[in-house]
Structure formats: structure tokens, C-alpha cells
Design a protein. Structure first.
Length: 279
């Protein structure tokens, strides 16, 4: 009996087998067949990071029942991964080293927060004078820093790209900086460790994170934080950008919110924030 690969080059046969493998893994992660959005080229581009992509697909598609929505999520995760790999060739050296030297993150962690996402924080922050630690931000490349400084807050920046590893900070280091609160959009792939370390540091904080599966990955550290922990829910999805000077990408597939400790009104663990259309 003839094979379906008769007349086909061996290399081409392996390419198709690789595509089938990627489709099988991502379909299992998404809970539905995703072959409509996984082209042979896309499969080849992301196969070296298939485990990571499958994890993100599973997290972002959790709770979705409409297949078209799931396919949109899968397509966006594929696009983000492929853009991240392509952009890494052109990114500033310090930013290119950021996740490589971290050893815990990936290039897809590099997403810049728009000003509109920071605006709701101004409604829960105590008024100046207040010393804020922007602990994954570089002055001149962070809208978080810009908005806070424009509102009159003193901001202290640290970032791995400028030689400061967040995970190396101790309580003594934080006390020596004399900061009052910590605010940032942490790297996605290490958000669990990031949140746990913030809780260990004992400082009030607000971190912008995807709401997808937040109960699963944030449950333990938030329980450790006690009654001071809560969330600032946002009424709009946040679109991010992968370059400081680029416009945010449209149609984000998931919602974001600010996980807080010691910053929400007393007795409230759930607060609603309005995201302005422009800011």
C-alpha cells in the first residue's frame, strides 16, 4: 500500500509531522481542535517553545466555551510568541539580556504597560508625599513611572536590565530604600514567584497581572498576606505593547487587574477601578 508521503521529500514529511505534533499538544491545552489557526510555518516557529505556548494557551482559554474565542486566544498566543522571538534580534541590548540573564523568564515577558492601566491606581494610592518602588521599571521606559511622577509621587526604579535582580532584594534592602509601596507589572512567566517574594518582603504593593487563573497561582501567597490582600478589578481589558514607543496591540484575549496588599480601603478586598479610554 502506498504511503501518504509517497513522492514527498523526507524533510517535507518531517515538517508535516512536526505540525501535527504541535496541533495535538495545543488542541489538548485548549480543549478543542486548533488546526484552523496553526499553520505549518507557525508550528515550526514555536515548536522549540511548545511547552510554554501550551501552558499559556491553557491558562488564557480557561473558562471559554465559545470555540471561536478559544481560537482567537490560540492565534494571539502564537503571534505573541513569534513576535517576541523575531523582535529579540532588534531589541536594545539591555532588554535582550533581561530575561536571558534572569534564567526564570522568557522573551514574551517584555510587555509595556499603557498609561490607562495605571490611572485606576491613583484612586487607591494615599496622596503624596509617598515613596514608590517601581521594581521592574526603567525611568524613561515606563508609563508606570511617568504617571506616578506626574501625580507628585517620588519613584525609585530598579530592573534587571540595569543590574538589579528583584529576587535578590531582602527586607533589609527594602527598609534601607525607605520606600512605602511597591508597584509594577511583573514578568508573566515568574508571576507566582514574584508575588510570593513581594509577600515575603512585607511591603504594601500593587502588581498588574492577568486575571486568568489568578485563584490557582496566587492563592497561597495571597492567603499568606492575610486580610490586607485584595484586588483592584478593571472595567476594560488592557492592551500592551512590546516596544516602549509602540502603540498597544489591540484585542487583548484576557483581562488584567491589580493584585494589592495593604493599599485597598480598610475592610475591602475587592475594589472596582475605571480604566479611561485615553489618559
Amino acid at each position: 500500500m502506498g504511503s501518504e508521503f509517497d513522492g514527498m521529500s523526507r524533510a517535507r514529511s518531517y515538517q508535516l509531522l512536526g505540525q501535527h505534533e504541535v496541533i495535538a499538544v495545543l488542541s489538548e491545552a485548549a480543549g478543542t481542535d486548533v488546526s484552523d489557526v496553526v499553520t505549518e510555518k507557525a508550528a515550526r516557529d514555536i515548536k522549540h517553545r511548545l511547552d510554554l505556548v501550551a501552558t499559556e494557551v491553557a491558562e488564557h482559554s480557561t473558562g471559554l466555551t465559545d470555540r471561536d474565542q478559544v481560537l482567537t486566544v490560540v492565534a494571539e498566543v502564537l503571534n505573541v510568541t513569534r513576535r517576541a522571538d523575531a523582535d529579540s534580534l532588534n531589541r536594545m541590548p539591555s532588554m535582550a539580556q533581561l530575561r536571558a540573564s534572569q534564567g526564570r523568564g522568557t522573551s514574551s515577558d517584555l510587555w509595556y504597560t499603557p498609561r490607562t492601566a495605571v490611572a485606576p491606581l491613583l484612586g487607591i494610592l494615599p496622596p503624596p508625599p509617598l515613596r514608590v518602588w517601581a521594581h521592574a521599571d526603567v525611568r524613561g521606559r515606563s508609563h508606570i513611572v511617568d504617571v506616578l511622577e506626574e501625580a507628585g509621587y517620588e519613584v525609585v526604579c530598579s530592573d534587571l536590565s540595569t543590574g538589579q535582580d528583584f529576587f535578590s532584594f531582602t527586607r533589609a534592602d527594602v527598609e534601607a530604600m525607605e520606600v512605602d509601596v511597591a508597584i509594577t507589572n511583573p514578568p508573566y512567566s515568574v508571576r507566582r514567584l514574584w508575588l510570593s517574594h513581594l509577600v515575603d518582603l512585607g511591603i504594601p504593593f500593587a502588581v498588574l497581572v492577568p486575571e486568568t487563573g489568578v485563584g490557582e497561582w496566587a492563592f497561597a501567597p495571597l492567603r499568606a498576606a492575610g486580610a490586607e490582600a485584595g484586588m483592584l478589578l478593571l472595567n476594560r481589558r488592557i492592551a500592551y505593547s512590546q516596544r516602549w514607543d509602540a502603540k498597544p496591540l489591540g484585542n487583548p484575549p484576557f483581562s488584567s487587574g491589580w493584585i494589592c496588599r495593604g493599599m485597598l480601603p480598610p475592610g475591602q478586598q475587592l475594589v472596582f477601578g475605571e480604566v479611561p479610554a485615553s489618559f
